[in-house]
Design a protein around this ligand. Structure first.
Ligand SMILES: NC(=O)c1ccc[n+]([C@@H]2O[C@H](COP(=O)([O-])OP(=O)(O)OC[C@H]3O[C@@H](n4cnc5c(N)ncnc54)[C@H](OP(=O)(O)O)[C@@H]3O)[C@@H](O)[C@H]2O)c1
Length: 339
């Protein structure tokens, strides 16, 4: 097995693993057939993004779903993944769109059944369970893809390249949205492991850790917990940058009106403002054309590439920042939250 590093600043690694003799991982270059894929957790993101992206991607054929209360027209439906794996022995890939607390057991079962696995963000409820999944994927010679959809927003790669040639002086992240509008009735976000305001905030951290040319570390945090909930509704973060930039973030789930998903970066040679979650970029106030915005089509293209070489792509930097915030955070108790 060769191990290829694709980044030194984070824990982002791609293993190019030889397929074991089990013959579980299809060689897609020889096999022109699309991979048979199962989707687990038919909720908001599965419907809004995964199903349209799969419909448009010839590398995958959505052949089955596993969800307790939902199904997709024309696709064989199972109530849980165990029944699906038993009923569909020819599945090649499993894509998990459940909340993070429900992720590990299904991902493990899918890998042990010989399927490549794609994980929605965040890749798990804890760092250690994702590490375990990586180890299983390596052992099995299968692909594990821990996705960060915001990194596939159109302006992110351009910003990363632009920053690589500059000295960063100051970064401020504003990630503010109305939870009642964006997550109506999703009680899991308030349960332990649901991450609260870090559920959207981790998207900002995934972009920040992608565009920064070097690693940064959380140094302090203030987390505001509603008196009746187990996860924060707001968070203020400060990062330490070994190169001396001031880096702060403000996440708020009680923002009224249009969301703010912005990262402002001041450098020695101009200011970059990433907005709309990484879809738009302005440099020194001038909007910059960074190409079409297509996060989930890009994610499934990346998954197809990983599957073709039995590689995996797991970067835990964004989830590590969140874990650090929970470890370092000062806790404020604020007004109870009701839908
Ligand atoms: N919503 C977004 O805009 C968005 C965007 C990007 C990424 N994501 C990520 O995608 C994942 C799912 O988000 P979502 O918005 O699609 O959530 P959701 O609609 O609330 O949940 C997805 C589905 O997972 C199933 N499920 C299995 N175990 C569950 C549990 N313990 N609690 C609740 N549901 C459970 C449910 O289907 P059954 O009841 O049928 O089993 C549910 O409909 C999250 O990790 C989230 O961060 C969401």
């Amino acid at each position: 097995m060769t191990v290829q590093s694709i980044g030194t600043k984070c824990e982002c690694i791609t293993f190019i693993a030889q397929a074991p003799n089990r013959g579980t991982a299809p060689d897609r270059k020889e096999q022109a057939m699309p991979s048979k894929l199962a989707l687990v957790g038919i909720g908001k993101i599965a419907r809004d993004q995964h199903i349209p992206a799969l419909d448009a991607n010839p590398d995958f054929d959505l052949v089955a779903t596993a969800s307790r209360n939902a199904s997709v027209d024309g696709v064989t439906a199972y109530g849980d993944l165990a029944s699906l794996l038993e009923g569909e022995p020819k599945i090649d890939c499993v894509s998990l769109c459940t909340p993070p607390m429900a992720r590990y057991a299904d991902a493990r079962a899918a890998l042990l059944a010989g399927c490549h696995v794609m994980l929605e963000k965040p890749p798990g409820a804890t760092l250690s369970e994702v590490r375990d999944l990586e180890a299983i994927a390596t052992e099995q010679g299968l692909s594990l893809f821990a996705t960060w959809h915001s990194r596939h927003a159109s302006a992110v790669a351009y910003t990363r390249d632009w920053l690589a040639e500059r000295t960063i002086r100051k970064v401020h992240v504003d990630w503010k949205e109305d939870v009642r509008f964006w997550h109506p009735g999703q009680d899991w976000i308030w349960q332990p492991g649901g991450l609260g305001v870090f559920d959207p905030g981790i998207n900002a951290l995934s972009v920040l850790s992608e565009v920064m040319p070097h690693a940064i570390f959380l140094s302090s945090a203030t987390l505001s917990f509603p008196a009746n909930r187990d996860t924060p509704v707001a968070a203020d973060l400060t990062f330490q940058d070994p190169n001396g930039a001031q880096i702060t973030g403000a996440f708020d789930w009680l923002e009224q009106g249009p969301p703010k998903w912005n990262i402002t970066i001041d450098t020695d040679a101009g200011q970059a403002v990433l907005s709309e979650g990484g879809a738009k970029l302005a440099i020194d106030g001038q909007s910059t054309d960074t190409g079409p915005h297509e996060e989930y089509p890009s994610l499934y293209r990346r998954f197809a590439d990983l599957v073709a070489t039995n590689a995996h792509d797991v970067d835990l930097a964004p989830l590590t920042h969140v874990a650090d915030a929970f470890m370092m955070g000062k806790r404020n108790i604020v007004a109870p939250f009701e839908w």
